[in-house]
Design a protein around this ligand. Structure first.
Ligand code: GUN
Length: 286
């Protein structure tokens, strides 16, 4: 039997439409949600991401402020802009597109963004809040995975009590993903490049989340029959075709449910960024 497909494009569209309706209600109260997007340099992939974020703002009804700065912008100038945006009453969220040029310290930049406006959920205060179960902003990709699990397969995927294996331990995906799955009461294992017998560990999973960053490394030998497989990877194979960390064709033969690449986790990241912007505006009202 082949796996049920979890359609990230459809679920992302659903979330954006819900936000659009809630945003219209906020507008009636005179509140306009505003996201400031900062891009330094001319990295083509970053330009595409930033354009998509601005488009999503337009669709939902947010105001987006765009700061496109030259490659040679100094760290000091960027920090000054962030300071100004932190202080602006009309700005709810600040997003500085990564990666930044090499002469700028990314950590310094992340730390400079007010935690109340950190809609990426990268600030140590927000990471700490997630760790101890307090309210804060959650990194968008792992938050999107939770929504895929809750809304996919007609809401029939149970997380509580399930064995969840996450492959990858990055600060923006693997680690927050583990904390979120723990919050949902899964039994969580974080595997990584030094894990012994990775296939055997992955095969224990009822829910397998691949965030490795290598095309097709998760083959059917890593997957238990009927497991839910979430593919966070966005890679290009030898032919230049977009593909995930999971060998989709063979794994979809044995998995119970699976996310495709493209059209799985990818579209969820922007939807969750938009959700964080809405939350930032609503929290400010409180
Ligand atoms: N670059 C690639 N993905 C992201 C993201 O989610 N947020 C930011 N700020 N930069 C990125």
């Amino acid at each position: 039997m082949s796996a049920q497909i979890i359609d990230g494009k459809a679920i992302s569209a659903q979330i954006k439409d819900e936000l659009k309706a809630k945003t219209a209600a906020l507008l009636e109260k005179g509140v306009k949600v505003t996201l400031a997007v900062v891009l330094v340099g001319e990295d083509p992939a970053s330009q595409v991401y930033v354009r998509n974020k601005k488009r999503a703002c337009e669709y939902i009804g947010y105001n987006s402020l765009s700061y496109e700065l030259p490659e040679d912008t100094s760290e000091e100038e960027l920090l000054k802009l962030i300071d100004e945006l932190n202080g602006r009453e009309d700005v709810d969220g600040i997003l500085v597109q990564m990666p930044l040029p090499k002469h700028i310290n990314e950590k310094k930049v992340i730390d400079a963004i007010s935690p109340d406006k950190d809609v990426d959920g990268f600030h140590p205060m927000n990471v700490g809040a997630l760790c101890i179960g307090e309210e804060g902003f959650v990194s968008c990709t792992p938050a999107g995975v939770i929504q895929l699990l809750k809304r996919g397969c007609d809401g029939k995927i149970d997380i509580a009590g399930k064995e969840c294996v996450i492959v990858g331990r990055s600060n923006i995906v693997g680690k927050p993903m583990a904390l979120l799955m723990l919050r949902e009461n899964a039994t969580v294992t974080v595997a990584h490049s030094k894990t012994k017998d990775l296939a055997e560990v992955c095969k224990r999973a009822d829910i397998l989340i691949a965030a490795v960053g290598k095309a097709g490394v998760i083959t059917k030998d890593y997957v238990k029959e009927g497991a839910v497989v979430i593919d966070v990877g966005i890679n290009r194979n030898a032919d230049g075709k977009l593909c995930g960390d999971v060998a989709y064709d063979e794994v979809s033969e044995i998995a119970g449910a699976i996310t495709p690449v493209p059209g799985g986790v990818g579209p969820m990241t922007i939807a969750m960024l938009m959700n964080n912007c809405y939350e930032a505006a609503v929290r400010k009202l409180k």
